[in-house]
Ligand binder design. Structure first.
Ligand code: QUE
Length: 334
């Protein structure tokens, strides 16, 4: 019983994510199977192109197996946690370094770990059904999967905005900020997928990409409010924008998050701006091992995914009450 299926034809190797009941959240077996398959195909002369798709109507991939990680943390099984994140980041790194065209078709939710197996690849096709986010601060975690490398390389403030607030953006917005490379109407995606599967040149298969739609991501405001590495200053600026509905909405998202996670996220994205992708993965592994042992992680996952009351009791519960030494211990040497 496996949650990924594969198909090979016409020089195209396809990986189909097939764990629909969990919105294709990546468990240890999916990560292991995908890593092994990509490794084999990388060396296989019969494979020219890799295509990654989803068997779920709703999701490309909702993230990692956060519930299992919480169980391991509560059981004190640090080895399982290290194994999970080490293998997940190794998979993301393989996607980043992949020697052949790697194409992800995102026609639903792609969050957290779902971006790790897509954004690092060469081609990310999105539709109007795509919903993209890095929602980890709400569960007492932080944006990982190599995002501390790519978030600070998005337009001014966008990475900090996405990472701190967990804001969900649409497919066209993901193209506008650089997380996705092509937009295709969802109704046309099966034809595009079939063209790719037929071995057609990718430029031909993607020649019908594009849309009249435009992104409404407020880049000017994001640059204004999120170009800071200090979370208290960012929230202060947003709170000062009296009468600005968007700013108030962003304050609401931030207030929903773990204060410790917010500080860790700001520090990780700031450090990532000056780091190689390798260094970002090393720093993320260090931070993931530590933050998963905190009460905020167990509580955040409980509130969002286990009990689903969406009412976590984070400790401390205010941004200005977070101990910088705790943040430094999680982030480690920059
Ligand atoms: C933050 C996350 C995740 C999340 C929600 C967050 C995450 C994840 C899931 C998820 C969603 C639906 C499922 C499932 C997992 O939600 O990583 O199994 O059915 O996998 O706020 O990081």
């Amino acid at each position: 019983m496996s949650f990924i299926r594969t198909a090979v034809a016409n020089g195209v190797g396809e990986i189909i994510l097939d764990r629909p009941k969990a919105l294709n959240a990546l468990d240890q077996s999916m990560i292991d199977d995908m890593y092994r398959t990509l490794g084999e195909w990388g060396d296989d002369d019969a494979i020219d192109t890799v295509l990654v798709t989803s068997a779920s109507e709703k999701a490309f991939c909702a993230g990692g197996d956060i519930r299992a990680i919480r169980d391991s943390a509560l059981a004190g099984d640090t080895e399982a946690i290290t194994r999970y994140f080490h293998s997940e980041y190794r998979l993301d790194q393989l996607v980043a370094d992949y020697p052949k065209p790697y194409v992800a078709l995102i026609d639903g939710a792609a969050m957290g770990g779902g971006l790790g197996i897509s954004v690092h690849g060469e081609i990310r096709v999105v539709t109007e059904k795509a919903l993209i986010a890095m929602p980890e601060t709400a569960i007492g975690f932080f944006p990982d999967i190599g995002s501390t490398y790519f978030l600070p390389r998005l337009p001014e403030g966008v990475g900090m905005w996405l990472g701190l607030t967990g804001a969900r953006i649409r497919g066209i917005d993901a193209v506008a900020v650089g997380l996705a490379t092509h937009f295709v109407a969802s109704a046309d995606l099966p034809d595009v997928a079939d063209l790719i599967r037929s071995g057609a040149p990718l430029a031909d298969a993607l020649s019908r990409s594009g849309t009249e739609e435009t992104s409404d991501v407020p880049l000017r405001k994001i640059g204004e409010y999120f170009s800071d590495d200090n979370i208290a200053a960012i929230v202060g600026g947003l709170r000062g924008a009296v009468g600005d509905e968007w700013a108030a909405e962003m304050v609401g998202l931030i207030e929903n998050a773990s204060p410790t996670s917010l500080w860790v996220t700001a520090a990780m994205i700031t450090a990532g701006a000056q780091s190689t992708l390798d260094e970002c993965f090393d720093r993320e592994l260090h931070a993931a091992e530590r933050i998963t042992m905190t009460g905020d992680f167990a509580e955040g996952v409980r509130a969002v995914l286990v009990d689903k009351d969406r009412n976590p009791a984070f400790e401390p519960d205010a941004i200005d009450a977070v101990d910088p030494a705790v943040v430094a211990a999680i982030v480690g040497e920059a």
